[in-house]
Design a protein around this ligand. Structure first.
Ligand code: IPE
Ligand code: IPE
Ligand code: MG
Length: 232
């Protein structure tokens, strides 16, 4: 099996530790991390990945100290507004998954504009998971389903998926997590049911394009069985 994963999810972890190791403030790690995200978006576009989902901020991350949260939001605002033109020009479709209502209004506004302006682009779909958690996404989907007046027997996997934030996107094939932690931390719980997992000790600000390609090669050597027996 050497086909490319259609959908790659990345848990970009280790920014704080990267900064601490250098005697820098955590936000410097986030700043460097944003640069790495740009590299990974570029290579995904170049090699023809269909969907790249980057976990940038979890619902649980709102519980961090106020100054870290507010500087992260400032960084996000600058990043989104400066990168938007490039996204449009590169043919990238931009989308955000997560509980957008919890985000500062100015950021919601930029996100809505970016989603609208890039909606007809058809190269890479770049998904940012912001104020996101898999459990919260599933609960919001259930609420939407119930308020649509659906009958219990009408609920299938596909009708349910259509109410998730990721509606219309293929399931995630490969989830990469940096920084040595071997957990999912509430990322794409439903969509990742059969994802292949790739863990690396590398801290996110040190994660290179070459290591991303290595993770993809590793994925290409996996045998995905989806619970069945492969014919020999
Ligand atoms: C990941 O890096 C970025 C976010 C969660 C926003 P961390 O900030 O979690 O960095 P560590 O895990 O503390 O090193
Ligand atoms: C997961 O990292 C969330 C993001 C990378 C955005 P965390 O650093 O928040 O996760 P835990 O606390 O180690 O599980
Ligand atoms: Mg972390």
């Amino acid at each position: 099996m050497d086909s490319l994963p259609r959908h790659i999810g990345v848990i970009m972890d280790g920014n704080g530790r990267w900064a601490k190791l250098r005697g820098l403030k955590r936000i410097e790690g986030h700043r460097r991390g944003a640069e790495r995200a740009k590299d990974i978006i570029r290579v995904s576009l170049d090699i023809g990945i269909e969907v790249l989902t980057l976990y940038a901020f979890s619902i649980e991350n709102w519980q961090r100290p106020d100054d870290e949260v507010s500087t992260l939001m400032e960084l996000l605002e600058v990043y989104l507004s400066t990168e938007l033109i490039d996204l449009i020009q590169e043919g990238i479709r931009f989308r955000v998954i997560g509980n957008k209502e919890k985000l500062p209004e100015q950021i919601q506004h930029i996100i809505n504009r970016a989603e609208e302006l890039t909606k007809d682009n058809n190269k890479l779909t770049l998904v940012l998971a912001l104020s996101y958690s898999g459990r919260d996404e599933i609960l919001r989907a259930i609420r939407r389903l119930l308020s649509s007046g659906v009958r219990p027997e009408e609920i299938s996997e596909s009708t349910f998926e259509n109410h998730l934030d990721t509606a219309g996107l293929p399931p995630v094939d490969l989830i990469i997590r940096t920084s040595g932690e071997m957990r999912i931390s509430n990322f794409l719980l439903w969509q990742g049911a059969y994802a292949e997992l790739y863990f690396t000790e590398t801290l996110w600000p040190d994660f290179t394009k070459d290591e991303f390609l290595l993770a993809i090669q590793d994925y290409q050597r996996r045998e995905r069985r989806f619970g069945t027996v492969l014919s020999t």
